[in-house]
Ligand binder design. Structure first.
Ligand SMILES: *Cc1c(COP(=O)(O)O)cnc(C)c1O
Length: 381
């Protein structure tokens, strides 16, 4: 039996029951379950606003767009971001003709506040923080920097559904927090996401922009018997970014199990930690910062001979991944080459071990035994 990096788990009967309600009612689109899920998400996170969208990528774009327009940023202004992320994070900045300025990562694989300070210029407008694998990293220090330099903070929480910092869901101080419920994230649907703005006016704007700039959604109109149901105004160029009730149905069920699922992920991480603890010369797990209860979307280790380890594991049907390749290795972000030494180095040394709810203690034993076997004490090059 092969061991895959990610295998999402769905409570099939419960999901089907929620979906069936949509089909019976004849309401699969925006509204109905999407609103119900937004309410549940606000309850869960304790955030004041939450808007259900069709992916985190569009949410990141929307966050950058709204902040740019409302704060009067100009083309060419800068957002400091990380090279160790899924490319969506940085594309969201590029979509709006802003410049991605790369800052280095620390031992948590998250933005390093020391390097972030060095990368601030008169054109810096915001910091994009990614909680890699669910890790809070130095979020708190980045927050301080944002206050000190009057910068906006966008939290790419694609891996952070359920991550807590000092007992609270992380992100309430950020201007926008964006979650991904993509097929293999730790709260999987098929494709969807959530954007949580701190301020009401931005949440309102987001709701308008996710449905083509239309000023009333279908659901509200159907509830309002007095006015013309078909009549609406279009106030600006919007997008087709909103989520739908089928995705929200799955998400509603997933959310019920999120804390339980994340705690099993942390159990898996503990098993890996225990297996590697006497092999520190070969394998260095990326640690979680103190005070963070991580969603544990990922379990990442650092080794000397990464490519060799992956190849050897593949031969015995174990399939790890890499999160992530340094984005400055990509053609379009290569201008950042040489600016983030730690990221450049780690990008060649990290791999993500299988992490999902179907893995057993025996699977983890098998994976770790083989990682220890294949990891070399000599640096590959
Ligand atoms: C998956 C991911 C995204 C994009 O999420 P989608 O919902 O697939 O658009 C953004 N940022 C990070 C860090 C991710 O891992």
């Amino acid at each position: 039996m092969s061991i895959q990096l990610f295998v999402p788990t769905f409570r099939v009967e419960e999901c089907l029951k929620e979906i069936k309600e949509c089909l019976d009612k004849g309401w699969t689109g925006l509204g109905y379950k999407t609103i119900k899920f937004e309410e549940k998400w606000k309850e869960y996170t304790n955030f004041p606003y939450a808007h259900f969208i069709n992916s985190a990528t569009v949410g990141l774009h929307l966050a950058v767009k709204i902040l740019k327009n409302e704060c009067k940023w100009e083309d060419g202004d800068e957002i400091i971001s990380t090279p160790i992320t899924f490319v969506s994070t940085n594309h969201a900045i590029a979509y709006e003709n802003l410049k991605v300025v790369f800052a280095d990562v620390d031992k948590y694989l998250c933005l390093d506040p020391i390097d972030v300070r060095k990368k601030i210029t008169s054109k810096t407008r915001a910091i994009m923080f990614v909680g890699v694998g669910g890790n809070a990293g130095k979020y708190k220090e980045i927050l301080k920097i944002c206050k000190e330099f009057n910068l906006k903070l966008i939290l790419d929480a694609a891996h952070m559904s359920g991550t807590r910092l000092n007992g609270e869901i992380i992100g309430k101080e950020a201007d926008a927090v964006i979650y991904s419920f993509q097929a293999v994230k730790n709260l999987p649907t098929a494709d969807s996401g959530m954007i949580c703005f701190k301020e009401e006016k931005y949440d309102k704007l987001a709701r308008k922009l996710t449905w083509l700039g239309i000023n009333k959604d279908t659901y509200t109109r159907s509830k309002n018997k007095e006015s013309y149901k078909w009549k609406y105004d279009v106030e600006c160029v919007g997008y087709k970014y909103h989520g739908n009730s089928i995705m929200a149905s799955i998400a509603l069920v997933q959310l019920k199990y999120l804390d339980k699922d994340n705690s099993y992920r942390r159990q898996i991480a503990t098993w890996y930690d225990e297996a590697f603890k006497h092999h520190k010369n070969l394998i260095k797990p990326i640690s979680i910062i103190d005070g963070c209860e991580s969603s544990r979307h990922l379990y990442i280790i650092e080794v000397n001979n990464r490519d060799e380890v992956i190849m050897a594991l593949n031969l015995i049907d174990i399939y790890p991944g890499v999160h992530y390749r340094d984005n400055t290795e990509y053609e379009m972000y290569k201008y950042g080459k040489g600016t983030c030494q730690n990221a450049h180095r780690l990008s060649k040394r990290i791999l993500s071990l299988p992490m999902h709810l179907r893995l057993t203690k025996e699977d983890i034993n098998k994976i770790s035994r083989n990682v220890i076997k294949f990891a070399s004490s000599i640096k590959e090059d």
